[in-house]
Design a protein around this ligand. Structure first.
Ligand SMILES: [Zn+2]
Length: 352
């Protein structure tokens, strides 16, 4: 009898955590579950969830997971996100209180991001998974997906921690959050997501709610490419200037210093021409150490015009890598030395 109870208890213990993980909640990104030591968090909550706190691990992903599993840590987080591919591990149920930020545990969810100074920087995959997770959490609890809700550990009143630190790009992160939460991408004037149509004409001005036709279709394509309109929303009424298109135009106007009217007039068209030209002027492909091409020359010319590099050789050597790093560090982009989408967006906004 006793052994039967033991087996049953074991079965319940083994099944328990999985049934409580966020896997079961619709709309959440995929994730794995590895429970923190129960000595490192409080079961249940003393208050409603109101905030999401962004952390950086200052150690490896595996190291942070092991630490939170160790009963001596006296610390934990709900989620940890790996740098290399954005994998998410959940360690504490949202309904339970993780110990990640003194003074704000009771009403917050903590997300750790793998980061090791000088070794592992924040990555695009990591920003994207984290933004998806934040969108799912804000939807679930009816929170606004803005910087009042999503804060850094450093911003918690009385905090003596500095994470996520200066290498974390809030503007990029919040632009991703704005997009998946359905808000406008007004926070991100420099996000240029698509290289599908660099250069070329932008739609002629004079488009507003109720308009339809090829010019509206072209405007929608531009807004999608620039990250202000979701492709799925555009597809609900292609070629018709409806509420989604109007919201996207408003977002574009706010991001570009044009009066926010929702009407695509001559000021908006001029701003869009500028944006498209800037996007076309920077190399589209990823470039890194060892590359040799015309695109490398273009990149070097731009870096030289910004004062980060002296010579243009067409070869991506250590000097160019160092220049890319300096540019990244100066523009809130993870300083990887690799020229990728984030760096391209930042460069497009700086290149004149
Ligand atoms: Zn922290």
């Amino acid at each position: 009898m006793r052994s039967v109870i033991t087996v049953l208890t074991l079965a319940v213990l083994l099944a328990g955590p999985l049934s409580g993980s966020a896997d079961a909640v619709p709309g959440y990104p995929p994730m794995r579950w590895e429970e923190a030591s129960r000595a490192n968090y409080t079961a249940g909550r003393a208050g409603a969830i109101r905030r999401i706190v962004v952390h950086a691990t200052h150690g490896s992903y595996r190291g942070a997971i092991s630490w939170f599993r160790s009963p001596s840590a006296k610390a934990s987080a709900h989620y940890i996100i790996r740098a290399s591919d954005g994998e998410i591990t959940q360690m504490v149920r949202e309904a339970d209180t993780a110990w990640h930020v003194r003074g704000a545990n009771r009403d917050s969810i903590g997300i750790e991001h793998e980061y090791e100074p000088g070794r592992v920087g924040f990555t695009d995959a990591q920003y994207r998974s984290s933004a998806e997770l934040v969108c799912a959490i804000t939807r679930r609890y009816g929170l606004r997906a803005d910087r009042a809700t999503v804060i850094g550990h450093v911003e918690v009143p009385g905090s003596d921690h500095t994470d996520p630190g200066p290498n974390w790009s809030w503007s990029y992160y919040m632009s991703l959050v704005a997009r998946c939460s359905g808000a406008s991408a007004a926070a991100a004037p420099w996000i240029i997501t698509s290289a599908a149509s660099p250069g070329g004409a932008v739609p002629p001005p004079g488009l507003g709610p109720g308009a339809d036709g090829a010019a509206v279709r072209s405007l929608q394509d531009r807004l999608v490419a620039l990250g202000f309109l979701r492709a799925a929303d555009a597809a609900t009424a292609p070629g018709r200037f409806g509420p989604f298109t109007e919201a996207a135009v408003l977002g574009f106007q706010r991001a570009n210093g044009v009066p926010a009217t929702g009407y695509y007039g001559s000021l908006s068209a001029a701003a869009m021409t500028r944006t498209v030209e800037q996007a076309a002027a920077v190399p589209v492909e990823q470039l890194s150490l060892g590359a040799r091409s015309e695109a490398v020359s273009t990149l070097q010319s731009l870096l030289r015009s910004l004062g980060h590099l002296d010579v243009v050789t067409g070869y991506f050597g250590p000097q160019t890598e160092a220049a890319v790093r300096r540019f990244q560090a100066a523009n809130g982009v993870p300083a990887t030395g690799v020229y990728g989408p984030l760096t391209r967006s930042a460069l497009a906004s700086r290149a004149r």
